[in-house]
Design a protein around this ligand. Structure first.
Ligand code: BDR
Ligand code: CA
Length: 316
């Protein structure tokens, strides 16, 4: 079944793979891309999304910029991971189409209003735009099939000991999404740290030889430099690059790649040690509504194949 999808992203190296995966899949009809501030400043993530569409020769897909900053906090960016441009490491083509002036919020609303089918939202950055949409258009919530998002963690963060980057950047937005009543699927660090590609995979991607694959290999080589290795790793340990964001797309394409469990999840929004963490009621202690399908594991071989198929899809 082909799903109608809007991708909200902050490219971002792993966002780039997520975006290309959505374009390449026969299971996804990618209606639009909206961009969030996150990995880099909002004007950079917007331009990066446009450049990626130029690379994929799909500039017919509309791109709209979202909020310039989180709902209530100052923006924190991840230039230590994604570089000065947000997509350091590769030369990307200059977009040939003019920029749309419609906002992310208006574009999402327009598409959902007009769609006769429900639309799936995939979010791979901070959840600011999705929260704004939910708050401003509650009447359209029922048109959302699912929000599949990369963010959070049940066990251990990457921004603080508890919090993952996307949720930490805009915890209030994440809280609104979590309490929205819309079906949610969460791809947090518990699973995305297992979605690894290794040097041999990057080499294989480069050897596919089309422009998209060669550019993606350049991006992944850069991403490799900023990949963190777990504290417990010994000399023998080889840590791959973490394909966080493609997990949220891969689930929409083929849910059998992942195991998920319905659980109650809340976001810590007060300025405590745990700010921005997703509190996942792993053991159903609170006995509250199970609002999120949380993923902990994936079939890495299937995921890897989907990634390679994505790269092979693009001809020169
Ligand atoms: C998330 O943070 C960003 O840097 C990545 O693009 C991903 O969405 C991982 O914590
Ligand atoms: Ca991202």
């Amino acid at each position: 079944m082909v799903r109608k999808v809007i991708l909200d992203c902050d490219p971002g190296h792993d966002d780039a793979m997520a975006l290309l995966m959505a374009i390449a899949s026969e299971e996804i009809d990618l209606l639009a891309i909206t961009t969030s501030a996150g990995n880099q400043l909002p004007q950079k993530t917007f331009e990066n999304a446009r450049k990626l569409l130029a690379l994929a020769k799909r500039e017919d897909i509309p791109v709209a910029a979202g909020a310039a900053k989180p709902l209530r906090r100052e923006l924190i960016i991840a230039d230590d991971v994604h570089g000065e441009s947000g997509l350091d490491g590769a030369d990307l083509p200059i977009p040939t189409t003019s920029k749309l002036s419609i906002s992310a919020n208006d574009l999402i609303a327009e598409i959902l209003k007009e769609s006769t089918e429900k639309v799936t939202l995939i979010a791979t950055g901070p959840l600011t735009n999705i929260a704004i949409f939910i708050l401003s258009h509650p009447e359209l919530k029922e048109k959302i099939e699912l929000i599949s998002f990369m963010g959070g963690a049940c066990f251990g963060g990457n921004m603080t000991p508890e919090a993952e980057f996307n949720i930490y950047v805009d915890p209030e937005a994440a809280d609104i999404v979590m309490q929205s009543g819309v079906p949610l699927a969460m791809f947090g660090l518990d699973v995305t740290l297992k979605a690894q590609l290794f040097d041999t995979d990057i080499k294989e991607i480069r050897e596919i030889g089309n422009d998209v694959a060669k550019t993606m290999a350049d991006l992944l080589d850069f991403f490799n430099l900023t990949t963190t290795v777990p504290f417990w790793a010994d000399n023998q340990h080889v840590e791959g690059i973490h394909m966080h964001d493609p997990c949220a797309v891969a689930f929409v394409i083929d849910p059998t790649i992942f195991t998920t469990y319905l659980m109650h999840v809340e976001v810590e929004t007060s300025n405590t040690l745990a700010l921005g963490s997703t509190v996942v009621d792993y053991d159903n202690v609170f006995k509250k509504d199970k609002n999120v399908a949380v993923s902990f594991d994936l079939d890495l071989q299937k995921f890897r194949k989907l990634t390679m198929d994505t790269m092979k899809f693009f001809d020169n």
